[in-house]
Every structure is written in C-alpha cells, then in structure tokens.
Design a protein around this ligand. Structure first.
Ligand SMILES: Cc1cc2nc3c(=O)[nH]c(=O)nc-3n(C[C@H](O)[C@H](O)[C@H](O)COP(=O)(O)O)c2cc1C
Length: 364
C-alpha cells in the first residue's frame, strides 16, 4: 500500500536497501517513443552513492536494466519494468539497529506499524528506494523535453549558508560544476567546507533545494483536489527527509499586503504575462505559463556517527552509536530526485489535460 504514484502515467516502486535490488513498473507510457537504458542511466549516475566525498561511500554503479515494455528501442505502450540490482550491501553495520531505534529515522514507526522490519540499511525506508523514482522520472523527463519543458533543480541553502537569489536560470553545467550542486561558485565552496566539517565530526546538515520549470503551457493541473501545487507538494513530501514545501512567495509572501503581493497581468509580445511571479507559476491549481517555482526543505541526515540516547524494542532506555555508510548531507543527491518527481507530476498532468480537454487543446 502506498507504493504507486500518478494517475495516467503511473509508477509502482519496489525494493529494499539490502535486498536483491530496486525496481519500478511504469504504466501508461505512450507507445512508439524512443527509449533505451542510455536515456535513464545518466539520471541514475547523478543520484548514485559514492559520487563524491560529500556523499555516502556505498559503492553502487546502479546500472539499470529495461526488462519489459520496449521493443527495438521503442516503447510498446505496455508496462515498462526497470531493475537496478543492489551490489554493495553490508548488513553487519546495522546489527545494533536490529533491536534499537535510530532517533528521527523510520525504525520505530515501521516496527510498530508492521510488527516486522528489515533493519539492514533501513530496508524500505532507505533512500535507495528513490532509484525507482529517478529511473521512471528519466522517462518522464525525456518525453517532457519534447514539449520544451525544462526542469532546473539546485541546492539553494545548506545549514546557514545561502545562495544569493539567481535571476537567470542556472545551467546544468554550473550546477554540476560542484559536488554540492549549488550553481554559485563562492557559495558552493563554503557549503563544501561545511559538509566536510560536519562529516569529520560524525554529524550532518540539511537545507533547501529550489526547482524551476520553464516552458510550461497554460492549463496543466486538475482542481480541486489535484491542483498542480498539491500534487507537487505530495510528490516532494513523499521523499525521505523532507520537512517543507513552498511555492512562489511561500511563507515569506505572507508578510506582504494583497496590493503588494498580486502578480499584475500585462500583455507582452502578444501573450498574457504577469509582471511578477509570486504565484510561482500556478493560479487556481493550474499552470499560468510563468516559471513554476518551488522550494523544498530537507532535514539534517538522521543517522549521525555519534552516541545518542534512544530506546530498544522492549521500550527500555538505551544508547545507540550510529554506524554504516551515510550521507552527511542528503541535498546534493536529492537534486536529481526532486527533478524526477517534478517530471512525474508534470507528465501525468500533461496527459490528464490532454485527456480532458482534447476537443479544443492547442499546445503547438
Ligand atoms: C538522497 C537521500 C539520501 C539519504 N541518505 C541517508 C543516510 O545516509 N542516512 C540516513 O539516516 N538517512 C538518509 N536519508 C533520509 C532517510 O531515508 C529518512 O530520514 C528516513 O527514511 C526517515 O524518513 P523521514 O526523515 O522522512 O521521517 C536520505 C534521504 C535522501 C533523500
């Protein structure tokens, strides 16, 4: 239960951190589209562990295999099954966590809900599950860019080190230039030192990620329950370690008066545009053609390599020394995951928009 996402472009994810592998079934993908492993692997390479000294040293190549749904390099319109095998599992580090709950992790709640759990590597609660989202999201991204929809995601703040507001949408090259995935070089350098500093102390830090989507047409989103921002919020808050979602002016916008906050309409180059974009590209739950702009908060990684107070399965007070291979900061690796979830929401809403409004739709 709770392992599927999307309405028309629907994914079902499966797998645990230290099981045989992680997989996803994508149902509803349009037929006759070009698709091969080479379209998916680059996205997984951006997510994989061990990619820099800022991430967990778990060494996984995360090679994807397409098991079904394509023939001769084209999608068949049948379910696409993707598999990534786990290769570098080391369950020994999790022995103490068999009976003791990690503070702020999923051990206590999984044990109490299911009465059983795979404690090795965090089982299903491990961020390895996000492989499924990134693999499926790569397909969504490929077919979205056919429509010139461009998703840009980057690290905005780590701990108290904040990137200045970027007027221009940063390029992928500038984001990938630093292992922090912050496109502002001076900020990136400071962030890198901060992450290494906390890593050395066996500690962790969190921060915020910005996602900007350009090239969206007017009309995507299905009010009232499936407003575009509601589905994006769900997508983002379904990611492990997320603590907040805000769109457009977000929480800060509430400090303004309505007259200051409104995005005034104007005619520009033959199109209806807004002078400002405090709406973040969505009004009434529907894209308005401006940049879709939102921010997500990720907490500091729960597993710290320090002794912390906790309880065991018998409910007795005890202590736990965090062990295993962990990300001192999850944000650099979360960037491609946010991108994937955004693509999944958008492709689904594109298909839903076309399904409902096909009689008059014209998106060029
Ligand atoms: C990219 C990424 C990497 C993560 N790596 C770790 C990790 O190494 N150690 C850890 O304890 N949590 C890690 N997490 C977070 C846990 O998966 C998450 O805290 C846990 O599932 C509990 O869920 P919650 O924090 O949303 O309540 C990571 C999350 C993401 C998005």
């Amino acid at each position: 239960m709770g392992n599927s996402f999307g309405t028309l472009f629907r994914i079902s994810s499966w797998g645990e951190s230290h099981g045989g592998g992680i997989g996803v079934v994508v149902d509803g993908c349009p037929p006759r589209m070009d698709l091969s492993e080479e379209d998916i692997q680059p996205c997984l390479d951006r997510r994989r562990p061990g990619q820099s000294k800022l991430t967990t040293p778990r060494d996984e190549a995360d090679q994807v295999e397409i098991l079904s749904g394509t023939f001769a390099g084209k999608t068949l319109g049948t379910p696409i099954a993707l598999l990534v095998r786990n290769k570098d599992a080391r369950p020994q580090a999790y022995e103490e966590m068999k009976t003791k709950f990690r503070p702020s992790h999923a051990d206590f709640t999984y044990q109490n809900k299911f009465g059983i759990r795979n404690h090795e590597g965090g089982g299903r609660s491990s961020a390895r599950e996000t492989i499924a989202r990134v693999a499926a999201g790569a397909i969504a991204q490929k077919f979205l860019s056919v429509d010139q929809v461009k998703i840009t995601t980057y690290v905005d703040r780590i701990h108290d080190i904040e990137c200045p507001e970027l007027e221009e949408v940063p390029t992928l090259e500038s984001i990938e230039a630093s292992p922090t995935r912050c496109p502002h070089p001076e900020t990136a350098a400071k962030i890198e030192s901060r992450i290494l500093e906390v890593k050395k102390a066996g500690d962790s830090v969190g921060g915020t990620i910005i996602c900007r989507v350009n090239g969206l047409p007017v009309g995507w989103g299905a009010p009232v329950f499936d407003r575009l921002e509601a589905d994006l919020a769900k997508a983002m808050m379904s990611l492990p370690a997320t603590k907040g979602f805000e769109i457009g002016s977000g929480f800060k916008g509430t400090y303004l008066k309505g007259s200051e906050h409104n995005d005034l309409f104007e005619e520009r180059e033959g199109k209806v545009r807004t002078k400002s974009n405090r709406s973040g590209g969505v009004q009434g739950g529907i894209s308005n053609g401006e940049e879709l702009y939102f921010r997500i908060a990720f907490k500091p990684t729960a597993t710290v390599l320090q002794v912390q107070k906790t309880v065991n399965e018998e409910g007795e007070n005890t202590e736990l020394m965090g062990r295993g291979r962990h990300d001192p900061c999850v944000l650099p690796r979360a960037v491609p995951i946010v991108e994937a979830m955004t693509a999944l929401v958008l492709i689904d809403h594109k298909m839903r928009h076309h399904a409902q409004c096909f009689s008059f739709i014209d998106e060029g």
